[in-house]
Design a protein around this ligand. Structure first.
Ligand SMILES: [Zn+2]
Length: 292
């Protein structure tokens, strides 16, 4: 792995107020990998609390890059005693819908996959509405370009007044090369253009996961499955794959605990690279705050 360190410390610029949910939201469904049905209850949280998960045994896991235990197939957060899997689409919905603070109670080990996208979470957040918290939003600005590379995967963050994403993927047919350039992200754009896009996998990989006891809750109802050179079902967007990659990136950057104010250029990157970048982008701020 190869990375460029920041030449100067990122700035935290305080503008715009933080938001939390106006009321609780509860959603139930099967977990993609465990196949178990769980319920998540997303509740308002105080200003500066960020996102955290509370598990059935009462243990709390803050949604930070440092809490990431695995990025294989999904993003898993953990503490010394507990883990919660497949957090990325729920976190993407929270960040994409402009939520700064929320606590998520879960009665199992995996967030429900729902329809494989962030849409059910985002729609529920839209229905619940947001409450302004009269505390300035924490914004992460860069004062120098930042980049992080792993083999042929590259992530570049460029200083900007807004958060926008340019994403390029290259897969075998029928996906091929896809590129998406978003406008500055807003909840309206996220809900309409990003949230509906489903997770995806190649049939051969999915069958291998089954044999390993993974993807037990996976089906054509909650994933885009690709068999040889065809999609095994209709797409929601012709470029649904790259749109889902943008969704995943937003979920991974929700771990920053701040709203990004920079432009992202992502080439074939995935959860591992995104989380590593989030960890590095936060590092100077954690050091400045004396965090361990
Ligand atoms: Zn995903």
């Amino acid at each position: 792995m190869n990375c460029a360190s920041l030449s100067e410390r990122p700035l935290v610029v305080k503008v715009k107020y933080q938001h939390t949910l106006a009321r609780d939201i509860a959603l139930s469904g099967v977990g993609l990998h465990t196949g178990c049905t769980t319920t998540v209850t997303i509740s308002p949280a105080p200003a500066n609390a960020g996102f955290s998960f509370v598990l059935a045994d009462g243990s709390r896991i803050a949604a930070t890059p440092e809490a990431v235990r695995s990025t294989v197939r999904c993003t898993t957060l953990g503490s010394s005693t507990a883990e919660v899997n497949t957090v990325e689409h729920l976190l993407a919905a929270l960040m994409g819908m402009d939520v700064d603070n929320a606590v998520i109670h879960i009665d199992g080990e995996e967030v429900p996959v729902m329809d494989g996208s962030a849409l059910p979470f985002a729609q529920a957040i839209a229905r619940a509405g947001l409450r302004e918290q009269h505390v300035p939003r924490r914004i992460l600005e860069l004062n120098a370009p930042y980049w992080h590379r792993d083999g042929d995967k590259l992530l570049v963050c460029v200083p900007s007044q807004t958060f926008k994403i340019n994403f390029f993927v290259a897969f075998p047919e029928p996906v091929g090369n896809q590129f998406l350039e978003t406008p500055p992200l807003t909840p309206e754009y996220f809900l309409r253009e990003i949230a509906p896009n489903r997770t995806f996998g190649f049939r051969s990989e999915v069958e291998a996961l089954y044999r390993q006891g993974l993807a037990l809750g996976g089906s054509l109802d909650n994933a885009v499955v690709i068999d040889r050179h065809e999609y095994m079902g209709p797409l929601r967007f012709p470029d649904e794959i790259v749109r889902h990659k943008v969704l995943d990136l937003i979920g991974d950057f929700a771990l920053l605990g701040m709203h990004p104010s920079f432009e992202v250029i992502a080439l074939k990157s995935g959860h591992a690279l995104h989380v590593a970048a989030a960890r590095e982008l936060r590092a100077p701020l954690r050091a400045a705050a004396g965090a361990r």
